[in-house]
Design a protein around this ligand. Structure first.
Ligand code: NAD
Length: 307
């Protein structure tokens, strides 16, 4: 098959692109390299640098494409609170530009990488797709708006759409910015360096951590699964892990005795998150297979930054 992946030089995009190329598919990747690294891509992925708002470029890249994976986005919850306009332009504007170009050229299916963040704080740990979303950050709003644009424009023009609400993905190659880094690679690095692991709040808040290979399996399944047009589907591990437990496992797998500080003055964010996976199992035959301990060990083995 022929694929276009936006955000292809990013953490999830590069893993997906390399996986599809290894399977013998034709893969084109687009990324503006605002955070992505084209070196992460295998040589047989055809990479183009560009903005997802650049429709003429999209018209060219979309020729003969069967499925588009839309991953290009700004991805930090905390940064989105400071720069909501930028998040709206990239995540919402970029999605609308892409859908317009897809309408113009004609593509069979679009798979959007949405986020478990759209649920916000629902008080119940098991988040099911039928729950009313309650986004708590501009990032979460932008992903929810992107879902609606993808489904609505897709419905109007006969383009099949699938929105995957990915929970907290982690693994080798995850971007580690100096400010507001994602918690898993940040803790791994702090533990390896003997730094301090700082947890916000009391550490009892929970998240659903999914290893990158499991997230890629779900994305791959979404490109050919039948009868899923218009679906919104959770992609997580189905396991709820508190920050306290994450700290314990990180210290264990790194054999580190780093200090741990719980900062009661800062909010831990959404209190509980766990993906209900019944729909993913039914529609995508999705079965996550990598436990947190194993995923963290694989991350250390495969990512030179944690050696
Ligand atoms: P990432 O930052 O590594 O990847 C995003 C990529 O998009 C980057 O390479 C960046 O350079 C590119 N990009 C940003 N703005 C762009 C633009 N205007 N035009 C073209 N490219 C642009 O992040 P990731 O973790 O790989 O996330 C990929 C997608 O998955 C995002 O849409 C994100 O919202 C979604 N997602 C990720 C997670 C997670 O835990 N990693 C969870 C839920 C959803």
């Amino acid at each position: 098959m022929n694929f276009l992946i936006t955000g292809a030089a990013g953490f999830l995009g590069s893993s997906l692109a390399n996986h599809l190329a290894r399977e013998g598919h034709q893969v084109r990747g687009l990324d503006d390299l605002s955070t992505g690294d084209p070196q992460a891509l295998a040589p047989d992925v055809h990479f183009t640098r560009g903005d997802v708002n650049d429709r003429p470029k999209l018209w060219t890249l979309l020729q003969d494409v069967d499925v588009v994976y839309h991953l290009a986005a700004r991805v930090s919850v905390q940064e989105s609170i400071l720069y909501p306009r930028d998040y709206n332009a990239a995540n919402v504007g970029g999605t609308v530009s892409l859908m317009e170009a897809i309408r113009d050229v004609g593509v069979k299916r679009v798979v959007l990488a949405s986020s478990g963040a759209v649920y916000g704080d629902l008080g119940d740990s098991t988040l099911i797709e039928t729950a009313p979303p309650n986004p708590r950050s501009p990032y979460a709003v932008s992903k929810l708006a992107a879902e609606y644009y993808v489904r609505t424009i897709g419905g109007l023009w006969g383009i099949e759409t699938v929105c995957l609400r990915i929970f907290n993905a982690y693994g080798p190659g995850q971007h580690l910015p100096p400010s507001h880094p994602p918690v898993v690679p940040h803790y791994l690095r702090q533990a390896q360096r003997g730094g301090t692991l700082v947890a916000h709040g009391d550490g009892n808040q929970t998240r659903d951590y999914i290893y990158v290979d499991d997230a890629v399996s779900a994305m791959v399944a979404a490109c050919t699964a039948p009868n899923i047009n218009g679906s919104v589907i959770n992609v997580g591990s189905g396991v709820e892990t508190s920050i306290k437990d994450l700290v314990r496992v990180v210290l264990d797998v790194t054999h580190s005795r780093a200090n741990v500080v719980y900062n009661a003055q800062t909010s831990g964010g959404v209190s509980r998150m766990r993906a209900d996976l019944n729909l993913a199992k039914e529609k995508l035959r999705f079965q996550p297979s990598i436990k947190l301990e194993d995923g963290l060990r694989l991350t250390i083995q495969r990512d030179a930054r944690f050696k």
